[in-house]
Design a protein. Sequence first.
Length: 272
Amino acid sequence: MKKLIYILLAFITLTSCEDTVDVDVPNGKPKLVIDASFELYLNENPATIEGGVKLTLSAPFFDTDIPTVSNATVFITNLTTNAVINFVESGESGFYVPDATGFIPEFDTSYQLTVIYNNETYIADSQLMPSVPIDKVIQGDGTLFEGDETEIIIFFTDDGNRNDFYLFDFDFSLFLASEDRFYQGEAFNFSYFYENMVKGQEVTIKILGIDERYFNYATLLIGQSEQDGGNPFQTPPTLLRGNIINTTNTDNYALGYFSLSEGNRVDFSIKE
């Protein structure tokens, strides 16, 4: 079974350079794009959280200038205690971070993101999703069809007490979504191949816990980005809806996703 998964993962990696697919690019009224992703690293001392709320407007896919949104109200509500964490715009235009209160989500607690923009209110609910540690990362000597790829092998052990979904972040805007249905509760490893990798390059590899809906969303986004290139979690080339609802005007929906992930990460140096 592990050989089968290995082949499937390798196939996902290859499709970006083998397939040419025409994508209908929307050119309608710009939509609000809400990228609200948070990564909580509980195994680090002290525990750290990374992420924030990035607000932009959709633009034609091949435009290089993505408009940012600076005049919005952003906050997150703990739906158990009704505590509110207000967000303020950082030094980066359109990027909102918690104010002095800070934001450390807890497990088994629902949180609601609220964004108010142009007199319309957008909301999304999420919970902190657990992850597992990365046991180790090693560099292999395998290659794909081109022969000059760099193989790394990731080892981790799935938690057999729950159904898990993961998002692997390989740095350089390279991602892979995975579910544990094929390796439930097992020690597992798979290969990932970098193309045009500079020897001696430092990379950070992450495993993030996500829910099933975000797994499906990420899988579609990654598939789109492999067709057209770029970061899959920037403005998507097609109108792929996430978990965000416009409570003022349902027809004017937003793009993007609100996610809370426990993360684990390993820094790794590509050998000469």
